[in-house]
Design a protein around this ligand. Structure first.
Ligand SMILES: O=C(O)CCC(=O)C(=O)O
Ligand SMILES: [Fe+2]
Length: 322
């Protein structure tokens, strides 16, 4: 079963009814789509081509990128590998990944492309965040955008999902493989560009069901992460989600780009009083330093990006969920 999420044209200001439906989608699903986002098909194709070239290299070559830039298969899952490019200097980050094995011309072209993409996505996150704040009314965007979100930064992962050949020969009846296990994102917001294979699934609010988030032509998927969940006192949902690969309908690779927009490490996350007051009940998250939460997640085997074990709920929630 798939969920019909609303779609927002982000190239123009959202009207009242769109803002209401944006707020509702963030509460119910923590997911929605945006269109007219400024990432051209041409740029996407270039990114995909370049990345394909890198993922096609041998493991030994890819490991030269270093553990902070490249996650090989069998870390998150046997079917997932990922290349990370970090801002604000996307150019330098990309260059440091590939200079160990490519020539200078390729280096520059690749790094330039990553910089262009990273900066466009940063701008897009800023626009989306302003729309989300506006959806609370009360002039929240003018009051808090700059002071609270003004130092946010982004990084992205280029993800390659494949089913190794040897798996195809196994005589088991498992048709659904987990490409990326159930998790919540450690971001304020995440923007996902998935190709047309599909497989992204979100947990329903009751914690039982799972719904497909289908790829839509020309649209990007946006989701709320743990940091915004805490900053809104739990009002916006940071939903558990995962990626499944349906073996018998799966041909070739699944390619996706996930851009994470986060508070700076030093930032103290604390929901403003009016956000708390206009919700139900009282304050349920204590204040915490963003970097401390990231370290908490990273030090927990189960809490790493690929698994749901410990999230911001365990780290900073002071009251049980009702
Ligand atoms: O590959 C996807 O579609 C989603 C990836 C994702 O959820 C993540 O990287 O956090
Ligand atoms: Fe995610």
């Amino acid at each position: 079963m798939s969920v019909e999420l609303p779609m927002f044209d982000i190239s123009k200001p959202l009207n009242e009814s769109s803002l209401t439906s944006l707020q509702d989608a963030c509460k119910e699903w923590g997911f929605f789509y945006v269109t007219n986002h400024g990432i051209s098909g041409d740029m996407y194709q270039k990114l995909r081509r370049f990345s394909g070239g890198i993922f096609g290299l041998g493991d030994e070559e890819k490991m030269k990128m270093g553990a902070s830039n490249y996650t090989p298969r069998f870390i998150a899952s046997p079917f997932f590998e990922s290349l990370r490019v970090s801002g604000p200097d996307f150019y330098a980050s990309a260059k440091s990944s590939i200079e160990a094995f490519s020539d200078q011309v390729t280096d520059e072209e690749f790094s330039e492309l990553m910089k262009e993409y990273g900066e466009k996505m940063t701008e897009l996150c800023e626009k989306i965040m302003k729309a989300i704040l506006s959806s609370f009314g009360d002039d929240l965007h003018h009051k808090y955008y700059k002071s609270e979100f003004g130092n946010c930064h982004g990084y992205f992962r280029i993800n390659n999902y494949t089913i190794p050949l040897e798996q195809d020969h196994q005589e088991d009846d498992v048709d659904l493989l987990e490409g990326l296990g159930m998790h919540t994102d450690m971001s304020c917001i995440t923007i996902v560009d998935q190709d047309d294979i599909g497989g992204l699934q979100v947990r329903t609010r009751d914690g039982i069901g799972l719904m497909d988030i289908n790829p839509k032509d020309g649209a990007l998927v946006v989701n709320v992460g743990d940091l915004l969940h805490a900053w809104t006192n739990g009002r916006l949902r940071s939903s558990q989600h995962r990626v499944v690969l349906k073996r018998h309908s799966f041909v070739g690779n699944r390619f996706s780009l996930a851009f994470f927009w986060c508070f700076e490490d030093q930032k103290v996350v604390f929901a403003p009083d009016e956000v708390v007051r206009s919700g139900e009940g009282g304050r349920v998250f204590r204040s915490f330093k963003c970097g401390d939460y990231l370290r908490f997640r990273e030090s927990n085997e189960k809490g790493k990006f690929e698994k749901v074990g410990h999230t911001v709920e365990d780290f900073a929630r002071t009251e049980d969920r009702n």
